[in-house]
Design a protein around this ligand. Structure first.
Ligand code: ZN
Length: 353
């Protein structure tokens, strides 16, 4: 009897297990499976600072797809921002030189990626890293080329698409403000060349706001250090149509003097003559707008960024910082604005030719 009871019990158990399994197949054990995986992904662990979250995103995306959720994330990334964070406090920096997008989100913790799965996929992403900078969470997206990141907000979701510049623009211009960061360029009477170069460079962009087929890319838009390789690297990677580098001059000795005027350097080895023509147009426009004296167009092939640029390049020396009168002008907003306008005109004119 005892044995019989055991057998009956065993058979009953097997039947129960089988029926649960059969029902499960029809009633959605796959969902249970997905739920379990999600649960595990969301609460199992935390991300360390500096750690890659790319494979985590891929896993989370796969789980959501398996769950047949309505996601079509090809070429797109989606981040969820915690309710308590204002979307206006999320800042997104595109660094074209380093092919990087940096998203700063206040108050995200190491468990963020588990609480708010980042989903999507893109062929253009080399890696995604989590970090903390200035007490803000940082999501650092490393791209495999230069892409324009289109950002769209939908409630607390941030969507990112990565667009190849040539898919958006017919013409591409790279503007390089000389020096920067630990390299001040010329230092004259307390004024750093890097600041004047940057101020003029940044004033160029507004002249292109109605030109939606011309893309303007800067090597730097703040006081950061940047190698010459990276500057010309951006222009070459983009296969830019024009490369314009903005500088200011000093006498060889660095002493104050009466020497003044505008000079533009070009790439003489560019046999098409396009670099020289672009330089000449820059010079003509600057002389006309600034009323400065002409130092002419000058061969600049011994300068690295001129020698290695694979497109028409011009390096403008707007004026002499070692000339008191010109230095005072170069420091003024009006003169910087005029120089920027002249350079914008030169670029537009050259692109039209
Ligand atoms: Zn310089």
């Amino acid at each position: 009897m005892k044995l019989e009871k055991k057998v009956v019990g065993l058979v009953a158990t097997i039947l129960l297990v089988l029926s649960v399994a059969v029902c499960g197949i029809f009633l959605g054990i796959p969902d249970l499976h997905v739920w379990a995986q999600q649960k595990q992904l969301q609460y199992a662990t935390q991300v360390e600072k500096g750690e890659s979250v790319l494979s985590l995103m891929q896993a989370e995306t796969a789980v959501l797809k398996e769950g047949q959720q309505d996601i079509e994330m090809q070429g797109q990334l989606r981040l969820e921002i915690p309710e308590e964070v204002k979307t206006a406090d999320v800042s997104i920096e595109q660094n074209y030189v380093d092919q990087e997008v940096r998203i700063y989100i206040p108050e995200i913790s190491q468990s963020y990626f588990y609480d708010y799965p980042m989903i999507g996929s893109s062929d253009h992403i080399d890696d995604i890293k989590y970090d903390v900078e200035n007490k803000k969470g940082l999501i650092d997206i490393l791209l495999d080329n230069v892409y324009i990141t289109d950002v769209t907000w939908q409630d607390h979701y941030l969507y990112m698409d990565f667009v190849a510049p040539r898919d958006r623009y017919d013409k591409i211009v790279v503007i390089d403000a000389g020096h920067g960061g630990s390299d001040p360029g010329a230092e004259v009477l307390g004024t750093d060349e890097k600041d004047i170069d940057l101020a003029i460079a940044k004033k160029i962009l507004p002249y292109f706001k109605d030109q939606d087929k011309i893309g303007i890319f800067y090597t730097r838009t703040d006081d950061s250090s940047l190698s010459l390789e990276k500057r010309v690297g951006l222009a070459n990677t983009l296969q830019a149509d024009l490369f314009l580098s903005i500088h200011n001059n000093t006498t060889a000795s660095g002493r104050m003097s009466g020497i003044n005027g505008t000079e533009v350097m070009y790439h003489a080895a560019d046999e098409s003559g396009a670099s020289k023509a672009f330089a000449q147009t820059c010079l003509d426009q600057l002389l006309q707008t600034l009323g400065s004296g002409s130092k002419g167009v000058v061969v600049g092939d011994d300068i690295y960024i001129i020698r290695t640029a694979q497109m028409p390049v011009a390096l403008v020396e707007i004026g002499f910082m070692t000339n008191q009168e010109e230095l005072d002008k170069l420091k003024s907003d009006e003169y910087q604005e005029a120089a920027a306008k002249a350079l914008a005109q030169a670029v537009l004119q050259t692109l039209e030719e």
